[in-house]
Write a protein that binds this ligand. Structure first.
Ligand code: FAD
Length: 236
């Protein structure tokens, strides 16, 4: 993995530091590898939610994660890719050269050659972000998911959330009596400042409390390190 954060060259701006905010990663990297390097600079590339996932298959297939509503899919943030084509040539696909190949790679999967490295646009994220978890018993799932859909339609674009039907994992944030039980869950992350994130997350949890008198648990919103834009293998 290499980091490209040098001032842009040019005699017209000798004193102005212009950060290009791009990250170059080799194709075998995982999301966790990329997060680890970019967070050292207070930046993140939109990726998926499980840190052990490989970045290349994910990017070539699109790549949905916790930054998607604000910054798009992983493939939207792919600027260049080094590719070995079927006839054995190594080419760099980007806006200047092989632009059609870059277009095809952004969602076209592994059909166009073997990708050896990828350059992404990175964004200022963290180091802390606001993350909320809301849990309902499965018997309330219909109304809970209906509420979730309405709340999502008005939430700011910094909020990316998922609603899932799942068996509650055995983690400290969830009451022990629900461990292993079927539940409806929302997981929501706000990628702006934690203070800005508190408001939409609170509105989700408070309105949910009003909507149903007996949610199994409305966990306190927490503030993980921004590295959890990818999350852990515990998450759905
Ligand atoms: C636990 C888990 C969580 C996931 N979470 C998310 C998520 O949050 N968001 C999301 O969008 N997706 C998610 N996915 C799906 C994930 O995006 C795909 O499984 C993706 O293919 C993983 O990338 P990989 O490089 O590990 O793939 P691999 O299994 O190694 O490859 C899959 C396909 O990608 C292509 N490919 C891989 N490497 C190259 C290369 N170097 N050159 C050319 N083609 C290549 C090939 O077509 C290959 O068949 C998840 C998957 C798992 C297993």
């Amino acid at each position: 993995m290499e980091w490209n954060d040098r001032p842009a060259p040019g005699p017209d701006r000798p004193l102005r530091r212009c950060r290009r905010r791009t990250a170059l990663a080799q194709a075998g990297a995982t999301i966790g590898d990329l997060d680890h390097e970019t967070q050292a600079f207070g930046l993140a590339v939109p990726m998926g939610v499980v840190s052990q996932t490989g970045i290349t298959g994910l990017t070539l297939g699109g790549g949905l994660g916790r930054l998607r509503r604000r910054y798009g899919l992983s493939s939207d943030n792919l600027l260049h890719a080094d590719v070995v084509t079927a006839d054995g040539r190594l080419v760099t696909a980007g806006p200047e050269d092989h632009a059609d190949l870059l277009w095809a790679l952004r969602g076209g999967g592994g059909n166009f050659g073997v990708v050896t490295s990828l350059t992404y646009r990175a964004h200022p994220i963290g180091p802390e972000v606001f993350f909320a978890v809301v849990l309902h018993p499965l018997s309330d799932a219909s109304g809970a998911l209906r509420f979730f859909r309405q709340w999502q339609a008005t939430a700011p674009e910094e909020v990316s959330a998922i609603g899932v039907l799942w068996h509650a994992p055995s983690v400290d944030e969830i009451p022990a009596e629900y461990h292993g039980s079927p539940v409806a869950l929302y997981l929501a992350m706000h990628c702006g400042s934690p203070a800005d994130g508190e408001s939409p997350a609170s509105s989700a949890t408070c309105r949910t409390r009003r909507w149903t008198s007996s949610p199994a648990s409305t966990t306190r919103p927490r503030r993980p390190r921004a590295r959890s834009t990818s999350g852990s293998s515990e998450e759905p």
